[in-house]
Design a protein around this ligand. Structure first.
Ligand code: FNR
Length: 366
């Protein structure tokens, strides 16, 4: 039988419950990653190669971990990243994540391939609540332009263009559990073949021809800050600065795309010294996602120079197992962990999180 919500003490606990209670198809789609899932595992183990160098005897009676992302204030430096097909896990879908995000003053990234319609997710938000749009770029640019400009009109505050998925990765766990769900918000009825799992069924519209040359066009159709999601090397971060975008998400798509991609935290450690050296660290906001499960992971990323981190699967698992209460508790647990983590490393606010507080020598040796 099902453990009580109060028995979930951290984000990994939700995963253990979800694995037991979720429908096979949904579990297959949410949990799967590319090929042998080496990168999926590396996303967790990379964080475990980093250690803290805490400061002692700092007055940490009051700690404040509020911050800003893309210019908007938020309560804690994580956001709910875009994950497709919310209704596989919960009948109400993504709006559950919206409501929990509202309660906790957390930013939500809305996926192109949400199960709820875009407007339902926007309408579910409270006054002043900040949402971003994740964009899969359609071969038909007129469709993409409509989506982007509609999002801007509806108040989205950031455009995250996914750049690591010219083709969907091979996720065999997902392929084995033949995708048969209906009723998701798939653009222009482009659901095709469902024999290859959920991921393949919904993604045939994505344009593999997307390139750097397209970036000025996006800048011409929207005033939203633009962030490239899925950057994996410092050379491309430098190109992103040159292209004049406001941010990058260092990410391997939760291990779901290119197998043997490095972890985002490792790419961050490669990137920030180069940006600082070239005086570019104020020119672009750098985010990371993949494998963030503990506030100590968030702290490690921020110490290395990330502006914030994205969290995906844990909220899907919490939602699938316990609905809104589950996501609410998952977010609260992260806030509790964050307060404790800040105190124990001796930082009273986000600005005090610097490379001096971490030992990342082991990060590159594996
Ligand atoms: C994703 N991710 C993703 N990314 C994206 O740009 N568009 C999308 O539609 C999706 N869909 C999606 C579905 C599911 C089920 C997962 C697990 C992930 C990737 C996501 O935004 C993010 O990069 C990873 O999920 C981060 O890793 P964790 O937190 O899941 O370990």
């Amino acid at each position: 039988e099902m453990p009580l919500l109060e028995q979930c003490y951290n984000l990994l606990d939700f995963e253990a419950v979800a694995r037991r209670v979720m429908k096979k198809t949904a579990w297959g789609y949410y949990s799967s990653a590319a090929d042998d899932e080496i990168t999926l595992r590396e996303n967790r183990s990379a964080f475990q190669r980093m250690w803290f160098r805490p400061r002692i005897l700092v007055n940490v009676e009051k700690v404040d971990f509020s911050t800003t992302m893309l210019g908007t204030p938020t309560s804690i430096p994580f956001y709910v990243t875009a994950t497709a097909l919310g209704k596989l896990g919960h009948p109400e879908g993504e709006v559950v994540l919206t409501r929990a995000s509202q309660k906790h003053d957390v930013i939500q990234m809305i996926p192109t391939l949400a199960s709820c319609s875009f407007d339902e997710i926007i309408d579910a938000a409270g006054p002043g609540q900040v949402q971003w749009l994740q964009l899969y770029v359609n071969k038909d640019r007129a469709i993409t332009q409509r989506i982007v400009q509609h999002a801007e009109r509806r108040g989205c505050r950031g455009l995250f263009i996914t750049v690591d998925a010219p083709q969907l990765g091979r996720r065999e766990k997902d392929m084995r559990t033949k995708f048969t769900e209906q009723g998701s918000n798939i653009q222009d009825g482009q659901v095709t073949d469902n024999s290859q799992g959920a991921a393949r069924a919904i993604s045939s519209f994505i344009d593999p021809a997307l390139s750097w040359a397209d970036i000025p066009w996006f800048q011409s159709i929207t005033k939203m800050p633009i962030v490239l999601k899925g950057v994996q090397r410092v050379e491309d971060v430098l190109k992103a600065v040159e292209a004049g975008v406001q941010g990058v998400v260092l990410s391997n798509h939760g291990g779901r795309q290119l197998e043997f991609s490095r972890s985002a935290i490792e790419v961050l450690a490669e990137t920030m010294p180069v940006l600082r050296e070239q005086g570019l660290d104020g020119k672009i906001e750098v985010y990371v996602d993949g494998g963030v499960r503990r506030a100590t992971d968030i702290l490690k990323a921020l110490c290395l120079g990330a502006k914030g981190v994205g969290i995906g699967r844990p909220f899907l698992y919490a939602m699938s197992a316990y609905g809104l209460d589950g996501v609410d508790r998952a977010m609260q647990l992260l806030k509790d962990e964050m307060e404790m983590g800040m105190r124990l490393i001796g930082a009273t606010n986000i600005a005090e999180l610097t490379p001096a507080l971490v030992d990342s020598r082991g990060l590159f040796s594996h």
